[in-house]
Design a binder for this molecule. Structure first.
Ligand code: ISL
Length: 684
């Protein structure tokens, strides 16, 4: 359905991209998304509202929005991937993923940098935890301007992390233990040291010139004039860098050495598909695709709207975050790279089946399609469905980043995250996705401060609150419908650092931001305060395996030296403690393996409005197996809303000590302790 030049707000809202765009603006303004469904507002014309909101959204908002909407399907029509019955379910539907940040996981050779052998040494930890699939952040050869997210060679391992042989051993080690393994595919950009870029700038008119976005300077210019458009880099400054050797500008949405590939060029797309196939045949089970929603840029790379740029923080973003050919490229890559032909030789190794008792069986036949997990910043719920809805044949799962910060907040703000917002967001997300759709559930990753610390603030060093919130967050990820992605350290309640000097930070994004804040006139303390709350280093410090120097991460000097010292939050200390955060994760993952309703049941949410209590009921298809999961979202004792279910039997609960729920208890009393989590089977 064409929307015309001036649709009503309700028509815009009925379009998936329109709905997400409106939600985004409201979230940014800190307004309720229900504001727009008010009949008065929804019957207004887009241009009328845009005119009223012009001080905020600028004069071209309506045009920019309509242009974006025209590029995408106007309804989410997702087929079912499960029409053939449950045997068709892809493995990743009920899998537990675990993100390893290899640089900080385990260092086997004492050079202070985590490596592949270090991961191999700890595979039993992951198997015992119950992980089904590892995702490794980048390990490909890289000059490391952005910690491996700038790839120099997609078929070689970064020398400080090991060799291809080590990687083969790691793949085999995972598969032998019944775990799959996926890698990070960073193909929106390559390093400027990649052979393609070097060839491109040596001969911009040659075959590689069109692999990137290279633009001549305007007449008479030598790079001192304005760049080709007003787009800015996520890591500060213009998104264009002048390459004197080539007499061309080169586009880089991220760091200066991360050159954006030109996906309009079919040769680029064929190269990417080839890389994927190469790794698939080596036994890699799929990829997480870095900023994959940025690959299609609007032809001509027009200037971004200044007002939208100011609103979102990144001028130009409307021309590439959900570009016109995105669906086409993803579908093509799925077929050409991720899907096996029957005639393809079998991969070097495949995962072994894992039985309920945790023993392993025979190697499985190769998956027909490698899993595609999209990292999709800026993509809302409906856009996510367009990319990963069942039967769309684009991505399998996407990360929705709206979960990470509350209304009107951004990552750099110093604030306490409100768990009631998390509840609202998750209920909204769950109620809008299709019955056969699946979302990725994540709260931590290598790009964000720890959710635990955002919730607790300085109280994150209080061991009781820290453990309780870690368990509460685990329960959300592991029992709401969706595919959980745990990030290393979550299983032991890892918290943020107390950075007090810029010298403790290593990340290019933070260092650039700090320099910009100083240049803007902030003093040293102000600039530091503008960086620390959102610094990506928080989650990149070494894993804490044991107490003491090096924390079992390294025998040398860790590349990121700021590891917190609080006791009780290492793997060794938690390993045998039945009440530890680690044991809770292990128990919960075991429970969801035993009771598929917990991993894949239908959900309903009683008492949606409570700001203090968050609960859900999970039921299997015939409604015979029913579970109640409930959380106290506050740091105080609360009264349960009311007893809306009959008898229950507690299977897992988070608080130790007298007065709290313990497994085996059949009567849940009227009270819940601070941040308490209870997982109970409904016995009627
Ligand atoms: O900083 C962002 C935008 O300001 C981040 O949230 C992040 O850069 C964005 O989510 C994209 O992240 C991914 O691509 C980047 C890389 O630096 C991140 O580590 C990666 O996860 C560029 O490759």
């Amino acid at each position: 359905m064409a929307l015309g030049d001036n649709p009503r707000i309700c028509e815009v809202h009925a379009h998936p991209v329109g709905r997400d765009a409106i939600d985004k603006v409201l979230l940014q303004m800190g307004r309720s998304r229900h504001w727009v469904t008010n009949p008065l507002v929804s019957s207004l014309r887009l241009r009328t509202v845009a005119r009223l909101a012009e001080p905020l959204v600028g004069p071209r908002f309506a045009d920019a929005l309509l242009e974006l909407l025209a590029d995408h399907p106007s309804v989410v029509t997702t087929g079912s991937s499960r029409t053939q019955g449950r045997s068709e379910d892809p493995w990743w539907r009920t899998a537990v993923f675990y993100q390893v940040y290899p640089r900080s996981f385990a260092d086997s050779d004492g050079d202070g940098i985590g490596d592949l052998r270090g991961i191999i040494d700890h595979l039993d930890h992951l198997r015992d935890l119950g992980v089904d699939c590892l995702w490794l952040s980048p390990i490909f050869d890289s000059p490391n301007e952005d910690a491996g997210y700038d790839v120099r060679d997609y078929r070689a391992v970064m020398s400080e992390m090991g060799t291809l042989d080590d990687l083969d051993a790691l793949i085999a080690g995972c598969h032998e233990r019944g775990m799959r393994i996926i890698l990070d595919l960073v193909v929106n950009h390559t390093s400027h040291e990649h052979a393609w870029f070097q060839a491109a700038i040596a001969d911009p008119d040659g075959p590689y010139g069109d692999y990137y976005h290279l633009r001549p300077g305007r007449p008479g210019e030598d790079g001192t004039g304005p760049p080709p458009n007003n787009w800015t880099s996520f890591f500060g400054g213009s998104a264009w860098r002048w390459i004197p050797q080539a007499r061309r500008w080169a586009l880089h949405l991220f760091a200066e050495g991360q050159m954006d590939l030109n996906w309009e060029n079919p040769a680029v797309r064929a190269e990417v598909a080839d890389i994927v196939q190469w790794w698939r045949s080596r036994g890699i089970d799929g990829f997480r695709l870095d900023v994959i929603n940025y690959i299609s840029k609007r032809p001509g790379l027009p200037d971004g709207d200044e007002a939208i740029g100011a609103l979102i923080g990144f001028p130009g973003i409307e021309h590439y975050f959900f570009g016109p050919r995105l669906h086409e490229y993803l579908h093509e890559l799925r077929g050409a790279g991720f899907t096996r032909d029957d005639s393809d030789p079998p991969p070097t190794s495949t995962v072994r089946a894992r039985r309920d008792d945790q023993s392993v069986g025979e190697p499985q036949p190769p998956d027909r399609v490698g899993v595609m997990v999209g990292e999709t910043p800026g993509v809302g719920i409906e856009m996510g469905r367009l990319l990963s809805g069942a039967g769309r044949e684009e991505l399998d799962l996407v990360f929705n980043f709206d979960v990470l910060d509350g209304p009107g907040r951004i990552r750099w703000d110093d604030y306490r995250y409100d768990l009631a917002y998390l509840k609202d967001f998750l209920i909204e997300q769950q109620s809008r996705i299709g019955a056969d759709d699946r979302v990725a559930l994540f709260l931590d990753n290598h790009d964000n401060p720890r959710m635990l610390s955002k919730v607790l603030g300085p109280r994150d060093r209080d061991p009781v609150a820290r453990s309780a919130v870690a368990k509460l967050l685990a329960t959300i990820q592991l029992t709401l419908p969706g595919t959980p992605f745990l990030y290393q350290g979550q299983e032991i309640g890892a918290a943020d650092q107390r950075f007090d000097s810029i010298d403790q930070l290593r990340d290019v994004e933070s260092l650039n931001r700090h320099r910009e804040l100083l240049a803007d006139g902030l003093d040293a303390a102000g600039a530091l305060a503008g960086v620390v709350p959102g610094a990506r280093d928080h989650a990149r410090v070494p894993m804490r395996w044991q107490p003491g120097p090096g924390h079992g991460f390294t025998t040398g000097v860790a590349w990121q030296p700021s590891v917190e010292e609080s006791s009780g939050f290492t793997v060794e200390e938690q390993q045998d403690d039945p009440d530890s955060v680690l044991s809770f994760h292990r128990d919960l993952i075991r429970l969801r393996r035993q009771h598929t309703t917990l991993a894949d049941g239908a959900v309903r949410f009683p008492d949606r409005r409570s700001r203090r209590w968050f609960g859900w009921v999970l039921a299997d298809r015939d409604g015979r197996d029913e579970w109640l999961v409930e959380l106290n979202l506050t740091d105080r004792r609360i009264r349960r809303p009311r007893h809306f279910v009959g008898r229950t039997e507690v299977e897992l609960a988070s608080l130790a000590g007298p007065g709290f729920h313990r497994p085996g208890v059949t009567r849940r009393g009227p009270w819940m302790g601070p941040y308490e989590t209870v997982i109970a089977r409904i016995t009627h």
